[in-house]
Design a protein around this ligand. Sequence first.
Ligand code: CAO
Length: 414
Amino acid sequence: MKALDGVRILDMTHVQSGPTCTQLLAWFGADVIKVERPGKGDATRGQLRDIPDVDSLYFTMLNHNKRSITLNTKDECGKGIFTRLIESCDVLVENFAPGALDRMGFSWKRIQEINPRIIYASVKGFGPGPYEDCKVYENVAQCTGGGASTTGFPSGPPVVTGAQIGDSGTGLHLALGIVTALFQRETTGRGQRVECAMQDGVLNLCRVKLRDQQRLTHGPLKEYPQYPNGTFGVATPRAGNASGGGQPGWIVKCKGWETDPDAYLYVIAQAAAFDRLARVIGHEDWLGDPEWNTAEARLPKIDQMFDEIEQWTMTKTKFEAMEILNPLNVPCGPVLSMKELSEEPSLRATGTVVEVDHPTRGAYLTVGNPIKLSDSPVEVRRSPLLGEHTDEVLKQVLGMDDKAIAAAKTDGAL
Ligand code: CAO
């Protein structure tokens, strides 16, 4: 038994934001039917291909546990089939460019007429406002949602992060909206519209930076590297690797940094463990020195403090340093490369990193479900080939027979 057993999702998503959402729902047990354009499919099947004529890792890693059908939803016969699918599903998810579903003839009003219980969930780049008609990709969302203006070093340009907070982050938000709407439907019997704008999703994840924007009007942000020797402008500045939580933190070099780009450790010099940290790095002298022995006194010297910590970490590998600091309750973590993460046995053991077999690609690694439910186990199944389940779904879900399916194929609807 899976948490979402019995929930059927009509998945009109493509690229990353929408597929992230429906993949999660599939892992929780929903029957996700991915509708793709005949002959083409989701554009990511062919993007960043590493093996000729084989579904890309971009596609396979975002579409596990789904069934794929091909359907031309602009063709009259295809629209008829699509209408019947809307009648048979609990949720319709899409992340087309603004207005695409309306242009196909399926406005929210029309969808509700077809099935008043359906939940219609969408991702768009922006909510209502001046940019609502714009197409948006990941990095555009990071820039317009406050991620880029607050990421990077103070003297450098804005920087986008490798974490896909615009796409996968918004997909996560949308998944929560969908299960919440399903929960409310239990009481009301009605579906509803669920909308997530990528700008809003990124801004939600940058919440602490809007906090700092307001703090800035009351004085300098003392945990930022600009304090006290630099200057603050009118907006939340970029803070390099400073910790956003009010505890001084930084990334410091470890043994091997000259040749290994990831030989670094994040160290938080929080007041509660400062005496132990000072001792272990050989600075017992700081403990009796009023210039160093209070958090307030250290604030103007954060750079110098991390330089001294780094002198010590450079004599240890990042793992050795972590092993020494952890028992002292000094919060820290190594900068792990994708290679290290993919080889980490504990992530394999929990199913967070999974090896999956694929008929045309062979074995590949993917990130499994990071959300663990004790009563709803997840088996990660490979992504579907284009249209692999067209006949199966049309027969099983819509009760179509071979003759009707053949006619729809001749028509070009499938
Ligand atoms: N049958 C017939 N037509 C189909 C179809 C199907 N099964 N599936 C898609 N189409 C059509 C759409 O209706 C649309 O046609 P119109 O332009 O005539 O309305 C067309 O295919 C292209 O869809 P699109 O405009 O969504 O795709 P795009 O590649 O031009 O834009 C993207 C991609 C992502 C920029 C855009 O979809 C978007 O802004 N989405 C919302 C934000 C989002 O999710 N962005 C994240 C993407 S991941 O980085």
